[in-house]
Design a protein around this ligand. Structure first.
Ligand SMILES: O=C1O[C@H](COP(=O)(O)O)[C@@H](O)[C@H](O)[C@H]1O
Length: 238
């Protein structure tokens, strides 16, 4: 694993640098394999990044968009990660509808939805037992969670599935598992805010419990990027 850590002066610079890194990785994947598969994160931090991506001139027909986690709500719900990314980015560019791969949230049982999304992912990324997405964008919660891998939940232990059901205070979510995240070529964390410092100190400590700080499970075979604004980055610099 090649780990790159950058601390940017403020959130504007963080988003600009994240944009540069993501665009570079998208272009590299297309140059090498003819298409880019990218998984998006949710939450508040990536929204300006998605708005910036909407202004880029990219070969949209060669880009396939997935989600690394999803709240178990309809796409038009204000909490939907899909809904946010569509409004901020995907609805504003000429990406073919069939290149957008949202996590399904219609089934009564989220475990069925997780299986369906895993089957769909395997179909799109044919031929790989443990499929490698090109780019996975991740955020960090102030409790140390990433994707919907929350502290001390069963999802953290899942080794034999690509997608599983996460648990946020008793509410189901769909999430990539740690093995799927770790198979990616590029994993890019975009982290802003002083409220992330306490978790980051533990995530960057030589030893700490990954069940308590799930982002420690992210150890990809490819490149791992940690991009911080100054407020979050103080945890590792200060
Ligand atoms: O719940 C979620 O939160 C995390 C972090 O979000 P942020 O608002 O602190 O940026 C995000 O990575 C995850 O995708 C989302 O579902």
């Amino acid at each position: 694993m090649n780990k790159i850590v950058e601390v940017l002066p403020d959130t504007t610079a963080l988003i600009q640098r994240s944009l540069e890194v993501v665009v570079e990785k998208i272009q590299a994947a297309i140059a090498e394999r003819g298409r880019c598969t990218i998984a998006l994160s949710g939450g508040s931090t990536p929204k300006p990044l998605y708005e910036a991506l909407a202004t880029q001139d990219l070969p949209w027909g060669q880009i396939h968009v997935f989600w690394g986690d999803e709240r178990y709500v309809p796409a038009d719900h204000p909490d939907s990660n899909q809904g946010m990314a569509r409004k901020a980015w995907l609805d504003r560019v000429q990406i073919p509808a069939e290149n957008i791969h949202p996590m399904p949230t219609e089934a009564a049982d989220p475990a069925i939805a997780a299986q369906d999304y895993e089957s769909h992912l395997r179909e799109v990324l044919q031929g790989q037992a443990l499929p490698a997405l090109d780019v996975i964008l991740l955020g960090l919660g102030d409790d140390g969670h990433t994707a919907s891998l929350f502290p001390h939940t069963a999802a953290l232990q899942v080794q034999d599935r690509l997608i599983t059901v996460g648990n946020k205070d008793g509410q189901p979510r769909l999430t990539f598992t740690a093995p799927l995240i770790n198979a990616a070529r590029y994993v890019v964390f975009v982290v802003a805010g002083a409220n992330k410092q306490a978790a980051l100190k533990e995530i960057f400590a030589p030893t700490a419990d990954a069940m308590t700080y799930p982002a420690r499970l992210v150890q990809p075979q490819g490149e791992l990027w940690w991009l911080f604004d100054a407020a979050a980055g103080q945890a590792i610099n200060g």
